[in-house]
Design a protein around this ligand. Structure first.
Ligand code: ATP
Ligand code: MG
Length: 575
């Protein structure tokens, strides 16, 4: 392919609006352009990379026995009303009316549509199992679209949905998808980690996320340095401390004046205690009424764990006025003693013997509060986020907290949608049964950005071979030299004939500009043909990411490049 024929509007300067490296480099390399917040045009090179990801995803989904379909982007509200998600799904769901005044939405996900299709077309156990997938545009009106393709509003997802006759079948399918995802991300050349993810009310270990490790990741994950335990921080368990709590200190809580002293830090300094001696009383509003959650001063509440324990969908910290109504004191002085709310305590709190809490009275705290003696606790549970100071919940080893970009998510749905939409089949005895479902997502466009977050340097992108838009950048020094022109033209033709993707930079630009662009685009190999080396029958080859240049005899060029490209591009080949 000739550079001059492609729309590759590279930029010399860093675009001011781009915070993340991948966003900056995708713009600079002329691969994407912004149309509106979180909505991007894919230019020819960006699309080539996207297509490479899609191809790997398709090959592995097909290999795992899934079938490709294409579902509509626009969906009728009725289906979402049937599943009750029309009300539950927040503002991310883009709702609108058609000319007849019918409510519609732009699909953020397709559980309803696929379940509707399957309930109409699948009637017998003989048609099962079934796994249907699509690669398609989704729209989620994200509150904070950012980092370019990492969190867009319009983005490309691979979503698959499986239908099985029973739970065992659904679990076997889940495992097949788990394996397929491992193959997909490996073939994309990504360094990733599979973590246990929160599976909400379904529980169990039937949700995994695939995280590309990168400092810019929005997700936090806990990973054991000794065993293979790894979990999203939302889900990561805190191992309960061994032993039992000691006897209470003193006979009763003691009132301590703390004028205008509210935060954990302020209270610790004022009362000369440590944050670990203090307990925070957090007042939440939920769809089932207000509750109090007790967390040790040096710990962070994990709202996902609280939601799962309570089985609620809404959980928001109560506002200033509401806290006053419910506790009788301003924010900063709430405490659990004599509090008339359901009280949920983190397991670390239940082990304390003399804690400092708010007194439900402005400008006062209580000392020597003993949770067993002085507080009416509704339930004790693991309600905080794990830290690097906690032992691994599996093996007791050391945990590290890492950042990751979620590129894939697999999930056992069970009967949630089949019950809501009455999707059933007849079993061997002719009895009507609900279909067991699973869903499996991959952020196809997010992978493009994640690969760049992982592979870049000061000069630009370093694409893994499997995703690079071209494998070789071919740069002639002085195209007007007939020998050079003849050489690059025949190299171009020969390499393309051998199946190598070559971008011949035929622009009328200085070599320096071409070198810079070749690095910026992240092409794995740069081959330079200049008159001097050509006299010796050689071309200059540089691998992206290395500083070393090698002079390779032209005759050996294919042997040299071909082997390396095939090794690296295994991503594109089914082994
Ligand atoms: P996140 O937690 O990042 O918001 P999610 O859990 O809502 O994602 P899923 O519903 O599991 O996402 O969607 C499947 C995959 O689609 C995700 O694993 C992610 O890779 C991708 N994805 C989700 N939201 C976006 C987005 N706004 N932009 C780009 N990709 C996205
Ligand atoms: Mg997810």
């Amino acid at each position: 392919m000739l550079f001059s024929r492609l729309l590759i509007p590279t930029l010399k300067e860093n675009p001011a609006e781009a915070e993340a490296v991948s966003h900056r480099l995708l713009l600079r390399a002329g691969m994407i352009r912004k149309l509106a917040s979180g909505i991007y045009n894919y230019l020819p090179l960006g699309l080539r990379v996207l297509r490479k990801v899609e191809r790997i995803v398709r090959e592995e989904m097909d290999r795992a026995g899934a079938q490709e379909v294409l579902l509509p982007a626009v969906q009728p509200a009725e289906l979402w009303q049937e599943s009750s998600r029309w009300q539950v799904y927040g503002k991310e769901l883009l709702r609108f009316k058609d000319r007849h005044g019918r409510d519609c939405c732009f699909g953020p996900t397709h559980e309803e549509v696929i379940t509707d299709l399957v309930r109409k077309e699948v009637h017998s156990y003989r048609q099962l199992p079934l796994n249907l997938y699509q690669i398609q545009v989704k729209f989620r009106d994200e509150i904070r679209p950012r980092f370019g393709l990492i969190r867009g509003r319009e983005f490309i997802m691979k979503d698959a949905y499986s239908f099985d006759a029973d739970e065992a079948g659904a679990e076997a399918c889940y495992r097949r998808m788990y394996d397929a995802y491992n193959r997909i991300f490996s073939r994309c050349g990504l360094s990733f980690k599979v973590v246990e993810a929160d599976s909400g009310p379904i529980g169990g270990s039937f949700s995994h996320e695939f995280m590309v490790l990168a400092d810019t990741g929005e997700d936090l994950l806990a990973s054991c340095t000794s065993c293979d335990y790894a979990a999203n921080l939302e889900k990561a368990e805190v191992a309960p401390a061994p032993g039992s709590p000691g006897p209470p200190v003193g006979d009763a809580p003691e009132l301590a004046p703390t004028p205008n002293v509210r935060t954990v830090g302020e209270v610790a300094a004022f009362l000369k205690v440590t944050p670990a001696d203090i307990v925070k009383t957090l007042i939440y509003e939920t769809d089932e009424g207000p509750v109090a959650v007790l967390i040790r001063g040096d710990h962070d509440v994990n709202e996902v764990k609280v939601k799962n324990l309570l089985g609620v969908t809404d959980l928001i910290l109560a506002g200033l006025i509401r806290v006053q109504e419910l506790t009788g004191a301003e924010v900063g002085f709430a405490g659990p003693v004599k509090l008339k709310l359901p009280i949920y305590a983190d397991q670390a709190v239940a082990r304390m013997t003399a804690m400092v809490t708010g007194a439900n009275r402005d400008n006062y705290h209580l000392k020597q509060v003993n949770p067993g003696r002085d507080v009416k606790i509704t339930a004790v549970a693991d309600l905080r986020s794990v830290t690097e100071q906690d032992p691994c919940p599996r093996c007791g080893g050391v945990l590290t907290i890492l950042r990751g970009i979620e590129v894939g998510h697999i999930f056992k749905l069970g009967l949630k949608y089949s019950k809501a939409l009455k999707a059933t089949y007849l079993d061997q005895e002719g009895k009507e049964q609900y279909l067991y479902m699973g869903c499996y997502g991959i952020g196809v466009s997010r992978i493009v950005a994640a690969a760049i977050e992982q592979g870049h340097d000061a000069n630009g992108i370093i694409f893994p071979m499997a995703l690079a838009p071209f494998q070789v950048g071919l740069i002639p020094i002085a195209l007007n030299d007939p020998a050079v022109r003849e050489c690059v033209e025949s190299l171009h033709a020969d390499l393309e004939a051998a199946g190598v993707e070559v971008l011949l930079d035929d622009r009328d630009e200085r070599p320096g500009v071409k070198f810079k662009d070749c690095d910026l685009l992240g092409l794995p190999f740069r081959v330079v043909v200049g008159a001097k080396a050509l006299d010796k029958g050689q071309a200059e080859v540089k691998e992206r990411g290395s500083n070393e240049t090698k002079f390779i005899p032209l005759k050996e060029l294919w042997d040299y490049l071909g082997k390396l490209i095939q090794e690296g591009a295994r991503g594109n080949i089914i082994s």
